[in-house]
Each structure stands twice: as structure tokens, then as C-alpha cells.
Design a protein around this ligand. Sequence first.
Ligand code: KG4
Ligand code: ZN
Length: 343
Amino acid sequence: MKEKALNSIRILAIESSCDETAAAVVENGRQVLSNIISSQVPMHTLYGGVVPELASRAHIEAVCPVVEEALKAAGLTLPEIDAVAVTYGPGLVGALLVGVAFGKALAFGLNKPLIGVNHIEGHVSAALLEHPDLEPPFLCLIVSGGHTNLAYMRDYGDFEILGSTRDDAAGEAFDKVARAIGLGYPGGPKIEKAAREGDPAAIPFPRGKVDEAPYDFTFSGMKSAVLNYLNHAEMTGETVKQADVAASFQAAVIDVLVSRAMHAVKERGEKRLVLAGGVAANGALRGALKNACDKAGVALYVPSPVFCTDNAAMIGAAGYYRFRKGERAGLDLNAVPYLELTE
Ligand code: KG4
Ligand code: ZN
């Protein structure tokens, strides 16, 4: 058994909301003892996106070995775990159900507490893993495949939403544009790679804005602008430079994300900003936001890329603070596909 301080809490966390089956052991919400991710990306690549039914089946196959590996990597056995945390929403219902059912069975069998965790709260909590001094309150820009929010984390598990996307999420826009320009799935990393060879100023794609809602986002107009550009080029016989489209689209998305976040920072007089979610793995976005924060004297907290995309360590971090508040889920815990951050 690994040595453990008397009051320390070790949480076994499980994440299965989309296309990664993940398990992790996290101590006291901050120290990652293990972080195992089984990605389904190669399987879904064949279909150009996540196929929900296939995702659920792959989670069923992966969940047991992934949990075993997480325990092994942490050097622990099941009885040495203090609680089980599991993502119960938002996400694909069939995918979520696998983790929820597994987490419930495990907690019941071990007679240990069960904690239900909101996936988006998990993304924000990823910043806690590598920044031991970071405590709420702080502002957060959350950019994932399903969500785009500007939020204020008042306390652990307590959020105020300042703005959201009116249509596509930022990651969704990356994925759709990648498909349109022939890069395929998963779109975000492929656009980032292609953009390195392109000119971000080549095509002036619009910077979508929502009138009188300075913290809201809209990406569907940018996506349509890319499609119109491609159609026009096809009709006129112009050659499309894939790298220029990728770089120009990425630049437009980054401009919008950075400007909204910096507006919120300024208006609210906040000095700390967390960047979270899968799109936060994007190097150009990380760099642009860092520059803007440096200029404004704001401290930016960004998780390492492996903690930006879906993982269970972030669920262990969020779960720990819910555990400390005394929150416990019952065996009636269910998957909630449209779970809100403020629920
Ligand atoms: O947070 P996440 O792993 O899953 C959800 O909760 O949705 O986010 C996945 C999204 C996908 O849309 C993916 O294309 C995007 O994050 N993404 C990126 C990058 N890596 C992942 N977008 C831009 N650049 C990246 N490097
Ligand atoms: Zn996610």
C-alpha cells in the first residue's frame, strides 16, 4: 500500500461522456496518481465523427480494463480508494450510462461514497490539478466539442454563466470546418496542424458577434462563410489552399474567443482566468490568450493538453470538492445528457 496521510482522500474517477473511456486516481483533488485514457478516435475516424451506439459499446469493453490500469498505475487496490466519482452529464446518454452504471456498482460493492460529477465542471477543475495555489473565485472560458461558455466560478461547484454560444460550440465548428475542407475527424487537432502551414490573414472570415450580448458566441456564421468560400472557389475554378482556410478560420475563432474573454476580465475587474475544454489544447489559442492576459496583467491558468481534452483526472478533482461538501449520490444516480453547469 502507498503511504497516505491520515486525512487524505483518494478518489477513483470515471469518465465516459463521449468518445474516451477514462479512469484516474486523484488525491485531495490536486495530485494525479494515475490518468488512463482509452480513445475511440481511430474507430470513429472511419465514420467522420462520433457514432453514439458504437461509442457506448466501446465504453462497455474498455471500462473494466481502464479502471484496473488506473488502480495499477496508482499502485493501489480497490479497498484503498476512499470514494468513486463519475461523470453523469452532459454527454451522450448511452455513453454516460456505462460510466454511471459501473461507478454505482463499484461504490455499492465497495461500500464507499459515490459522487456524481458534471463533465463541464470537470473541465474547469482540470486547472486545479497543476496549479496548487489556484482557488475560486475566477473567470473561465470553457471551449469544448459540445459547449462554449464564459463563466464565473464563485466557489467549488458554484458557477455563474456569463455567456454561451447561440449555435455551434467552438469545437463543433472546428470539426465541421475540418470535414468541409477534407481534413476529416477529429477536426480540431487537424485544423491546428494544417494552419501551421497557412496564412491566418489570407481570408477575412467574419468574427461572429451577438448584438447586445457581449459574452455570447456565435460560430455558425463563420462556418457558413467557410462553406460559401469553398463553393465560390469551386464555381469559379479557383484553387483552395487548405492550409490558408484552416489558418484563417482558426484565427477568426481565436479572435472571437480572446476578445470576449478579455472583455469579461475587464468589465468584471477579474485578475484570474482559466481556459478549459478540448479546444484549450490548441496551441495558437493558448498563445493568443496568454499574450492578451500578459498585456492586461491577468494570470492565465491553462491545463496541459492531456488535461484539456476528455480525461478522468479532472473528474477526480471536481469530485473531491463535491465530496468535501458532503455531497453523495445515491444508487438512483442517472445519466443527464443536457445537464447544466448551474444545476
Ligand atoms: O472537451 P472535449 O475533449 O470533449 C467534449 O467535452 O466535447 O472537446 C473535444 C473538442 C473537439 O471538437 C475537438 O475538435 C476539439 O475539442 N479539439 C481541438 C483541439 N483538440 C481538440 N480544437 C482545436 N485545436 C485542438 N488542438
Ligand atoms: Zn469534454
